[in-house]
Design a protein around this ligand. Structure first.
Ligand code: ZN
Length: 309
């Protein structure tokens, strides 16, 4: 039994409108689902990814409207690495971010920047085989599109050995040394690394809420059993409509989820129109009028692009 790499990473934004503008316009990802936080339905949950909303491409946000910025500290992810195809792609993004007014830093192998909430990203050249997971955007040439999520780095207080047993023993990561791990699925891999800090973090806009690893549907319950056997406090299987999930905290405080492949984002919307309408889980459908009134209206830029085409 193997995990298939990373499924999604979920963050907090203080402003859903700016979030859509940054990810669906500036970065050219597709807004593939506009829904609410199932556990707190007065807040948006927005999913961005490739054309199909494939696991491995998904960046998602809870909105805490007007919420203050947080800060990454021990037990929190601080940087997300996105793949591009080449050095020329790094040049393209350096120029595009500058044109859009975002500070960025280029070195030989990467381009770093912060999003509209101060969350740190690195674009890196993907040179070892993750299949490309692209979205289409009229201003982003296919050759330079973002190709999926390549890795992430987290701060820990005690040193990476604190969860080596969980990662390498229970979850099947390869320990590649220096606090770095690699999760090798059948189709995709993911780089996971730790940096030691004494800094205390606090949640808020621009911080990461959790990371989800990708399980094949048929293995999900077995993962839950294996994680429980390793002594973790793991939740029951929770139906998230687009996948099924379990959650547990790794020993240094980072919230882990394991999510299934199915059913995916086309379960309640035509695949041509993903992310265009507000979708609510059935337990919150009775709140639709209230939520549509309260939530800031958000237009998926795809609607206009589809109508032009
Ligand atoms: Zn999640």
């Amino acid at each position: 039994m193997k995990l298939e790499g990373m499924h999604h990473i979920t963050m907090i934004t203080g402003d859903a409108e700016r979030n859509v503008e940054f990810y669906a316009d500036v970065l050219g990802l597709r807004l593939v689902k506009k829904t609410v936080n199932f556990d707190a339905p007065e807040a948006y949950h927005l999913y961005f990814g490739d054309e199909a909303g494939s696991p491995g491409s998904l960046l998602t946000w809870f909105e805490f409207a007007g919420g203050r910025r947080g800060r990454a500290g021990a037990g929190m992810i601080h940087t997300i690495q996105l793949a591009v195809a080449s050095g020329a792609s790094l040049d393209f993004w350096a120029e595009r971010l500058a044109t859009k007014g975002y500070a960025r830093e280029r070195d030989e192998r990467s381009l770093s920047f912060e999003d509209c909430d101060g969350l740190r990203f690195e674009l890196v050249v993907a040179d070892d085989g993750n299949p490309p997971l692209r979205a289409w955007h009229p201003e982003v040439p296919t050759d330079h599109a973002i190709l999926g999520i390549e890795g992430a780095r987290a701060y820990v207080a005690e040193g990476p050995e604190a969860d080596r047993d969980l990662l390498a023993g229970t979850l099947g990561f390869d320990d590649v040394g220096n606090g770095e791990y690699r999760l090798e699925g059948e189709a995709r891999h993911f780089r996971w690394g730790y940096d030691i800090t004494g800094q205390r973090g606090f949640p808020g806009a621009g911080t990461v809420h959790h990371i989800a690893w990708h399980s094949r549907d048929e293995d999900h319950v077995a993962w839950q059993e294996r994680v429980a056997q390793a002594g973790m406090q793991v939740t029951p299987v929770i139906d998230r409509d687009y996948f099924r999930s379990i959650y547990f905290r790794q020993p240094q405080g980072i919230l882990f989820e394991i999510a299934t492949t199915s059913p995916g984002f086309a379960v309640d919307e035509d695949s041509e129109r993903l992310g265009e309408e507000l979708r609510l889980p059935k337990q919150h459908e009775h709140l639709r009028a209230l939520l549509e009134h309260r939530l800031t209206p958000l237009t998926n830029p795809r609607i206009a692009l589809r109508q032009e085409a």
